[in-house]
Design a protein around this ligand. Structure first.
Ligand code: C2E
Ligand code: MG
Ligand code: MG
Ligand code: MG
Length: 282
């Protein structure tokens, strides 16, 4: 009897493993055609000035609607795109869309509007990233200050000299560099001091805790104070409740993002939101 149980457990795990491998392979295969089939699109989530609630920018977030698998979340397909190298082409698509949109929104609604784009480690090893960005900005008439690149510690931990060079070159160009998911990785503090960051995004997991207990609130307060000492612009990620919002204001947090203000929405919808925002503040 127990022998059979053992075999069933074994079968359970191998089936699960096979399913995972099969799904991975399917994603990889479908992702290869995603760009030509036009089923990738970019959504935009507002970044808000917490004091006025005015939209000052947006984060570009990739969406994938595949005919076989339906909507596949970025947390699932981005790592696969990264491992296969597909992220280089996909990432350029996101950058292009974001730059085109930001340029249009700046001239129509907000002259100082900024768009933030997530860049993964593999994209940083693309020797042509810098040239690509330079020509993209010129082509679509967006000043470098209208673009921000979000990186996580994973980019810095590769230890490549090329990453250091790329970051300082981008910064010199006037493109802003943002540390994403701050607090979730390792050695954040030393990285913040030794690289040319402009912005620090406090991870949602910390924002979740600020209304739970005093320690949670003080921890975020300390992160904000530290970022300000380093001269960084601080953005709180994943604000969902009015209470969290109010508490962040008490901690002198300047900017925020989260479902309380808006989920990421397609470009046309974002344009309408921005237009309404401008009318409200003009
Ligand atoms: P991220 O860069 O940290 O993006 C923030 C994530 O939090 C987004 O998830 C966003 O939709 C979600 N979010 C924002 N506000 C709230 C909130 O109030 N509550 C909750 N529950 N979630 C909120 P999303 O769009 O699923 O993206 C997940 C991750 O995938 C991103 O994390 C980023 O690391 C990666 N990603 C997305 N688009 C791209 C891309 O174009 N390129 C690269 N390299 N990575 C991307
Ligand atoms: Mg991000
Ligand atoms: Mg983040
Ligand atoms: Mg994240």
């Amino acid at each position: 009897h127990s022998k059979e149980q053992g075999r069933n457990t074994y079968n359970f795990y191998t089936n699960k493993m096979n399913e995972d491998v099969a799904r991975r392979l399917l994603i990889e295969e479908q992702l290869r055609n995603a760009l030509t089939k036009n089923d990738l699109y970019v959504c935009y989530q507002p970044v808000v000035d917490l004091k006025s609630r005015e939209i000052i920018g947006a984060e570009a977030l990739l969406r994938w609607n595949n005919e076989v698998m339906g909507n596949v979340p970025p947390d699932e397909f981005i790592p696969i795109a990264e491992q296969t190298g597909l992220i280089v082409a996909i990432g350029r698509y996101v950058l292009e869309q974001a730059v085109i949109c930001a340029s249009g929104w700046r001239s129509k609604y907000a002259a100082d509007f900024k768009v933030a784009v997530n860049i993964s480690p593999r994209q940083f090893r693309d020797a042509e990233l810098l040239e690509y960005l330079e020509s993209l900005l010129i082509q679509h008439n967006l000043p470098a200050s209208g673009l921000e690149l979000e990186i996580t510690e994973g980019v810095l931990m590769t230890g490549h000299a090329t990453v250091d060079k790329a970051l300082s070159d981008l910064h010199t160009m006037g493109i802003n560099i943002s540390m994403d998911d701050f607090g979730t990785g390792y050695s954040s503090l030393s990285y913040l001091r030794s690289y040319p960051f402009d912005t620090l995004k406090v991870d949602k997991s910390f924002i979740d805790d600020i209304s739970v207990d005093q320690a949670g609130l003080q921890l975020v307060g300390a992160a904000i104070a530290m970022g300000q000492v380093l001269g960084l612009k601080i953005i709180a990620e994943g604000i969902e409740t009015e209470e969290q919002y109010q508490l962040l204001v008490t901690q002198q947090c300047d900017y925020g993002q989260g479902y309380l203000f808006s989920k990421p929405v397609p470009a046309d919808e974002f344009g309408k939101m921005l237009e309404a925002d401008r009318l409200r503040f003009s």
